[in-house]
Design a protein around this ligand. Structure first.
Ligand code: PLP
Length: 399
């Protein structure tokens, strides 16, 4: 198909040309004395992205799923009890992994479209007088439903209960696009992957571990080999890896971090907030609802749009793809066929999103969704023009 593909799934995201070029490298000896020059700065820079003051970052040749496993396997023991709210496909899959690793998971089931319930977390922790619960596991941004939980609120609930459990956070579709404050929120372990806010291909599973997690590592007995923090640490200290790292991805990561710091993390978050606001206005102008139940949980990286009951969302997605070269995210599991998702994270701007919104309108009209052509696009334009005039300095920051 002529023209470019519009990639608007919530990961993998568009890889900027700068990062693509940085990854076109000849292979090198990863045990040479020159190699640490590439890797040494990556760890402290990643800590800045996590907003982590004290702790260690581990970079595995894996994906977000691998980072999930690394966070659990290094800090917990077989039979350990953990508390996990489930409110979407990714919280479900993480829970499934915990169960398969032999953890005793107390699941708090929540309606899909809501976020982590602080009150129920506090109640479960208060009821656990013997402090058997070792971890509270929260997906910060549930990519399946477009819901961002209040991690600071979860931390407050844990404090209110006076409970010593560790706080584990999946920041796969939030890090480097939605404000994430590892140290301020006293997160103990956070995980991410390279193919979302970091604007890279999939292939790196990244874990940030704070002091209490590193203390738990000493006692933890779950088996770990490939994902061993200890093996990683021993090699990383000198800038090496315990096995062959993906050289192109490390070069890409260096470029990605440079781009994030050039724009400034605060500007990156503000851009995502602005773009997401326009997408939500477009959905409202179409007369449709999002999957997210309350504005406090609106995600700035993904919007799940609920289609009318007579329409199959999978048909809208396929029409957008085949006719207009636009890739939208599918509804997963419980919401399959009911929603399509617009990913708005990573390397993107207003005009790119306007193209996607126009494509969504055309595909929906083709599939019998009764909307007025141009309404959503006009609403997003208006939102972004309003945002620009309210903050004229943003123009110069982005210039
Ligand atoms: N967690 C969340 C919130 C995700 O969105 C995803 C993937 O989309 C994952 C975990 C799994 O990550 P990966 O596909 O990189 O293994």
């Amino acid at each position: 198909m002529a023209g470019r593909n519009f990639l608007f799934v919530p990961g993998p995201t568009n890889v900027p040309d700068r990062i693509l070029r940085s990854m076109m490298v000849a292979m090198e000896d990863h045990r040479s004395s020159a190699f640490p020059a590439l890797t040494r700065d990556l760890f402290p820079q990643l800590k800045r992205v996590f907003q982590c003051e004290e702790g260690e970052v581990f970079v595995f040749p894996a994906t977000g799923t691998g980072a999930w496993e690394a966070s659990l396997a290094n800090t917990l023991s077989p039979g350990d009890r953990v508390l996990a709210p489930r409110f979407g496909q990714f919280s479900h899959l993480w829970i499934d992994m915990m169960q398969r690793l032999g953890l005793d998971v107390e699941v708090i089931d929540v309606e899909w479209g809501a976020g982590a319930p602080e009150d129920r977390i506090a109640a479960a922790l208060k009821a656990d007088r013997e402090h058997r619960i070792k971890g509270v596991m929260v997906v910060h941004n549930e990519t399946a439903t477009g819901v961002t939980s209040d991690v600071a609120g979860v931390r407050r609930a844990m404090d209110e209960a006076g409970h010593p459990a560790l706080l584990y956070v999946d920041a796969v579709s939030s890090l480097a696009s939605i404000d994430f404050r590892f140290s301020e929120w006293r997160v103990d372990l956070a995980v991410t992957g390279s193919q979302k806010g970091l604007m890279m291909p999939a292939g790196l599973g990244i874990v940030c571990a704070g002091p209490r997690a590193l203390e738990a590592e000493r006692r933890a007995r779950l088996a770990r080999v490939f994902f061993s923090f200890a093996d990683m640490r021993r090699a990383n200290v000198d800038g090496y890896f315990p096995y062959t790292p993906s050289l192109p991805l490390l070069h890409g990561l260096r470029e990605s971090l440079a781009m994030l710091f050039e724009e400034g993390l605060a500007n990156v978050f503000a851009r995502h907030a602005r773009l997401a606001g326009g997408v939500r206005d477009a959905v409202a102008a179409w007369g449709l609802a999002t999957c997210c139940r309350a504005s406090r949980w609106h995600s700035n990286t993904v919007t799940a749009v609920v289609v009318p009951p007579h329409v199959n969302a999978a048909h809208v997605i396929d029409t957008a793809f085949r006719r207009y070269n636009l890739a939208l995210g599918a509804g997963l599991s419980k919401v399959a066929g009911k929603v399509f998702r617009i990913g708005h994270l990573g390397d993107l701007n207003e005009l790119m999103l306007l193209g996607a919104l126009a494509g969504v309108e055309m595909a929906m009209l083709d599939c019998g969704v009764e909307i007025e052509a141009g309404r959503g696009v006009a609403a997003a334009e208006a939102a972004w023009r309003r945002a620009r005039s309210a903050q004229p300095e943003a123009v110069s920051l982005a210039a």
